[in-house]
Design a protein around this ligand. Structure first.
Ligand code: NA7
Length: 576
């Protein structure tokens, strides 16, 4: 009998914590929980560990946060020993790193691959979660940690006729392991978000002809990627502790402004673009463009994200860059982002994207003006009757983000309430960590936490540490259940909406708002208050005896305005 058959034949297994997902969050959760003496079973849908970096193997897949900061900080030896080869790490290197971590900390023995969670039900009488899988496993656990990712449920729009297509199609988030042979092929990419911007230059080099089907042109900054030499690495490694601490206290989970003159330093964040003459402002933006990476440009001036006039200055700069790079003026104009402010959709980071449109074998089609009518046997038909003949269609159409992977777990909390029902008007959480009616369920980088507005590594570590340390703390005190109160959840959810309201962030049809998925409620899902502020809020909640939670059914009142988590946020925002 195989291992799996054996497990399936077994009756309900038992452990302290079930972790869902073995990506960056799940791997660290397994490690941290185990090191606190808890027993863990981790289920992973993929055939390997790595989450995002396991699935997104499309050509050009790369992280746009610098490698030396997009890495775990929990182990000083690990961060000293691992060598990063590039400033912005490519998917194969990230996957190697995460596999190294799994081996180094002996995580695999508690991870069950190719196993999807099909349901989780809170058993009121037992005070435990019963988790089921597609392999027929049933596991009873006191705590359930959803480390299922923010961008892990792909979105493939339901185009009519896809079944008729005689060629092949792939979604970028399920790219075949062995790659796709595109030599001599007519290829189309649908989607021009971060993924589209990364894959287009690569496919253009391989395909006979590449058609880019663009609905919304996004803003992009130059990557200026480069190999990291020993000196670059040593400079960071010497001061890693200091940088990590600064990252934890920062707004975006990365120490952007430290140590002027060093190669990873972006330069200061000036309060306003209007404190400078046009030429001075332009010189600053040129510097940031040449420095590379999205954060350098986006953080050049603090008012970019809160003042539409300031925002337009940077948007104009990006249009000028497009003009400089793209030879055909009509194509350049089509590539101008329009209809949404700079930064109101996730800023893309480009490596040769704009330049790709100077190639003879690449064409750009505006599918906002002439939408895709259907997919046919031979390709894509547009509403104006035009037919684009194709051998391969690539969907770079994104994800049912943030809530998609959580709802797919089909969780049922107290009194038979499902998470789908509870969040039917949008997610509601306390601190993005827990939701009322679902005791002992923790979400890593859940909705209403900084998550995707930050360096995910920093946010993931903070959440995993808060969750694991809380579980261990409760155990030590003999506490069986922790649950967010509806009151705290209400205040937190409203606070999240209030924080983002004064910014340009909600002013686009973005996946942050759920607007990319038909029928999904429109709610700005990440918390925009900043990583450092948020960390203090979480720490304060714990220091105040888990204020806003019911601890074994006993409500711990919110500490009141002064000293409460929400008050810290308000103070911090007033200072910003
Ligand atoms: P995104 O950013 O959601 O981009 C998806 C793209 O696909 C975007 O350009 C969409 O246009 C386009 N899209 C989606 N549906 C359609 C249809 N039906 N027709 C035409 N075009 C469509 O996903 P990514 O994978 O690029 O990036 C996700 C995140 O991963 C990224 O932000 C980083 O954080 C990492 P739209 O803009 O909706 O008009």
């Amino acid at each position: 009998m195989s291992d799996t058959d054996q497990r399936t034949a077994n009756a309900t297994e038992s452990c302290d914590v079930v972790v869902v997902g073995a990506g960056i969050s799940g791997l660290y959760a397994v490690h941290r929980l185990r090191s606190l003496g808890l027993s863990v079973i981790c289920f992973e849908r993929g055939a390997g560990v790595g989450g995002t970096w396991f699935w997104n193997r499309y050509p050009g897949a790369r992280c746009d946060v610098p490698s030396m900061f997009y890495s775990y900080s929990f182990d000083a030896d690990l961060e000293q020993e691992w060598e990063w080869s590039e400033r912005f790490p490519a998917q194969p290197e990230l996957l190697r790193y995460l596999n190294h971590v799994a081996d180094r900390f002996d995580l695999r023995r508690d991870i069950r691959l190719e196993t999807s969670v099909t349901g989780g039900t809170w058993d009121e009488a037992a005070g435990r979660w019963l988790v089921t899988t597609d392999r027929g496993e049933r596991v009873s656990a006191q705590h359930l940690v959803a480390a299922s990712g923010n961008l892990s449920k792909p979105n493939r729009p339901d185009f009519e006729g896809l079944d008729d297509f005689a060629g092949v199609w792939h979604h970028t988030a399920a790219w075949p392991e062995g790659g796709v042979d595109l030599a001599g092929k007519r290829v189309a990419v649908i989607g021009t978000g971060s993924t589209g911007v990364q894959i287009v230059p690569q496919l253009a080099q391989q395909a006979a002809h590449l058609t880019v089907l663009q609905r919304t042109a996004n803003h992009a900054a130059s990557a200026m990627n480069r190999p990291l030499d020993a000196q670059d690495q040593a400079a960071v490694k010497r001061r890693y502790r200091e940088f990590r601490q600064a990252s934890r206290e920062s707004a975006f989970g990365i120490a952007l402004e430290m140590t002027p003159g060093e190669p990873w330093e972006t330069g200061p964040r000036y309060p306003s673009v209007f404190d400078f003459s046009e030429d001075e402002a332009r010189a600053i933006m040129e510097e940031r463009w040449a420095f590379g990476g999205g954060m350098a440009l986006q953080n050049a001036f603090a008012d970019i994200m809160v003042d539409l006039k300031a925002n337009e200055v940077v948007a104009g700069f990006v249009r000028d860059k497009i003009d400089e790079i793209v030879e055909d003026p009509e194509t350049a104009e089509l590539l101008y982002p329009s209809g949404h402010p700079f930064g109101s959709k996730r800023l893309c980071v480009e490596m040769g994207y704009y330049e790709t449109f100077n190639r003879e074998n690449v064409s750009l089609v505006d599918v906002r003006k002439t939408p895709i009518e259907r997919i046919t046997r031979d390709g894509v038909r547009l509403r104006d009757g035009r037919e684009i003949e194709l051998d391969v269609i690539v969907f770079a159409t994104g994800f049912d983000a943030i809530t998609g992977a959580l709802l797919r777990l089909e969780l049922t909390g107290r009194d038979g309430l499902t998470l789908r029902e509870k969040w039917s008007d949008g997610p509601r959480t306390y601190l993005g960590l827990m939701t009322s009616g679902f005791p002992n369920l923790f979400t890593v980088t859940g909705p209403n936490s900084p998550s995707v507005l930050s360096n995910m590594m920093t946010s993931i570590e903070q959440h995993v540490e808060w969750i694991a340390d809380t579980i261990a703390d409760l155990r030590e005190r003999g506490v069986a259940t922790l649950e967010a109160t509806p009151e705290a959840e209400e205040i937190w959810t409203e606070h999240c909406t209030a924080v983002v309201a004064g910014t340009v962030l909600p002013l686009a049809n973005s996946w942050w708002l759920g607007k990319n998925i038909p029928g999904k409620p429109t709610v700005f899902m990440p918390y925009a208050g900043g990583v450092g502020v948020y960390r203090r809020q979480c720490d304060t909640v714990r220091a105040n005896g888990y204020e806003g939670f019911a601890v074994d059914g006993e409500v711990v009142p919110l500490a009141g305005e002064e000293g409460s988590a929400v008050a810290i946020a308000k103070d911090a925002l007033a200072l910003a």
